[in-house]
Each structure stands twice: as C-alpha cells, then as structure tokens.
Write a protein of this length. Structure first.
Length: 279
C-alpha cells in the first residue's frame, strides 16, 4: 500500500479487471487530510513481496490478495472482523477476482445488488489514440505547482460536494507514484482550469489508470473531458504505458462517464461486486 514514501504495489494490480491499481491507493489515501486515524491497514507478506492487504474504512474493507496465495484472503477477513466489529460489514471485489470468492463465502458474506456498481474498462495504448481537439480558446497542458489552487477549484466544482483541498492535493502530488507530466488540465480562455485528468502509471505492469477526471459545470458539453483525457493518456503512452484502465459507474443512474470512456476506445472487461455480512 502506498503510504508516505512506502512503495508497495497491490498484488494483482496489473491485471485488467482488477479492483485496485497502485494509483487508486495513492489517490484514495491522500485526497483527504486528517482521516488517517479512520483507516486501519494491514499487510501480509510472502517472502520479500506483499501478498495481501486490508484497508478498513467505516465498516467497508478494501481487500487484495495475490491469486497465488488465496488463503490469505481469509486472514484479511479475520483481521477485518476484529478491526471493524460493527453490525454489518461490506467488501467490494471485481468479477475477475474469483480467487477471493471462497473466503468471502466461508466468512458469511453474501452478494448484494444494493447501490451503484462500477465497470472495469481497459484499452490498448499500442493501438494509438485520437488527436485531442479542444474547443477554440482552450489549451491542454500539464499541471504545475502554481496551478494547484485552480486545479483544486475545478475538482471541487466537478465533484461538489468535495473534501479535496489545496493541502490534500499537494499531498497527492508528493505521493508515489504521482508524476506531474501525467496530471493534465484544459485551461479556459480566462486562465482557469475547466477540465482535468490525472493518470497514474504502474511501471511494473506498464498500466496507466485514470483517477480522477472531470469537468467544471460551466464548461461541460464542449468535448473538454475527451480532449484532456486523450492528452493525459498520450503522455502516459509516451512514458511507457502499454494499456490504460478506468472504473466509471456502470449503473443507469450515472451513465455519462462510461459513455465517454467507450468513445475513447475503452472496453468493459469486468464489474464490481458488492458483498455484505450482517452480524
């Protein structure tokens, strides 16, 4: 798990359809400040490698276990039960992570159809990308230190209400494996950030992850999200990424992001599955 300067990639993160990418961990861990005490975490090792980990957050478990060590999933669930002994506990996994299903079943977790779900989508960057074409007056460029206030303002507008702050975004920028050349904005004619796309590169698996991307409300329906995502993905391709992944909502209540990513060339390869255990 990525915490401070620790560089531990999640087991299986390079597989298409996996729940976690190393960029997810960095973004989720650092986008909010002051919540660290709410997030117990534990790692399991096999030799010199991390083979499993758990991240507890208010009764929900972030779970990963190397497919070569499926029994560790049960140990993570035992730890979670001791760490979060509330009346109900939940876990979200990917439909491709079948090695986790037996442990969830043995520990009393059952599939639930409640709430939204997410698609896991992948595209091959070796197939090439369309040329970004922002509307007249807008400029695509990477984010610099001086851009943090406007970058945060765009994020907070796009995902209102948001707890991302300038302090927390600077923490994101200090976290491994953040790269400023993969953090892009569409700059509006007035100099503000109109849209943004942050891409994370898993160098071990040559896999890039979009997390997050968005457009400020006053600039929507102009093709800016498409343009800035293409620019960021092209930067990731030039940095060595061979494929890209993204996980937008898949339910009918929030269909726009998935449509955008399909238009870029992403295809669905898995979906999230929710599990619940009642005490």
């Amino acid at each position: 798990m990525t915490c401070g300067r620790c560089r531990i990639s999640p087991p299986g993160c390079g597989r298409p359809g996996a729940t976690w990418h190393v960029g997810d961990l960095a973004w989720e861990r650092f986008q909010h400040t002051g919540r660290e005490h709410e997030w117990p975490t534990m790692l399991w090792a096999a030799g010199d490698a991390t083979a499993a980990w758990g991240w507890a957050d208010s009764g929900h478990l972030g779970l990963a276990a190397d497919p070569r060590h499926p029994a560790l999933a049960g140990e993570v669930l035992d730890w979670f039960a001791a760490t979060a002994p509330g009346p109900a506990r939940t876990v979200t996994v990917s439909s491709t992570e079948t090695h986790l299903f037996p442990a969830l079943d043995r520990h009393g977790y059952r599939r639930t159809a409640e709430g939204p779900f997410f698609l896991h989508m992948v595209m091959d960057l070796d197939d090439g990308l369309s040329e970004p074409s922002p509307p007249a007056g807008y400029r695509l460029r990477a984010v610099g230190d001086a851009d943090v206030p406007q970058r945060v303002a765009a994020h907070r507008a796009a995902f209102h209400p948001s707890r991302v702050t300038e302090e927390s975004y600077r923490a994101v920028r200090r976290a491994w494996p953040y790269r400023p050349d993969l953090d892009w904005i569409a700059e509006a004619p007035d100099g503000s950030a109109a849209a943004f796309c942050l891409v994370w590169l898993d160098e071990a698996n040559l896999a890039a992850r979009i997390e997050p991307a968005g457009t400020a409300p006053g600039h929507r329906r102009r093709g800016l999200a498409r343009a800035v995502c293409l620019a960021a993905l092209d930067a990731a391709r030039r940095a060595g990424a061979r494929r890209a992944v993204v996980s937008p909502r898949g339910d009918d209540a929030y269909p726009v992001p998935a449509r955008l990513y399909r238009s870029l060339g992403f295809r669905e390869c898995a979906r999230s599955l929710g599990y619940r255990r009642s005490a």
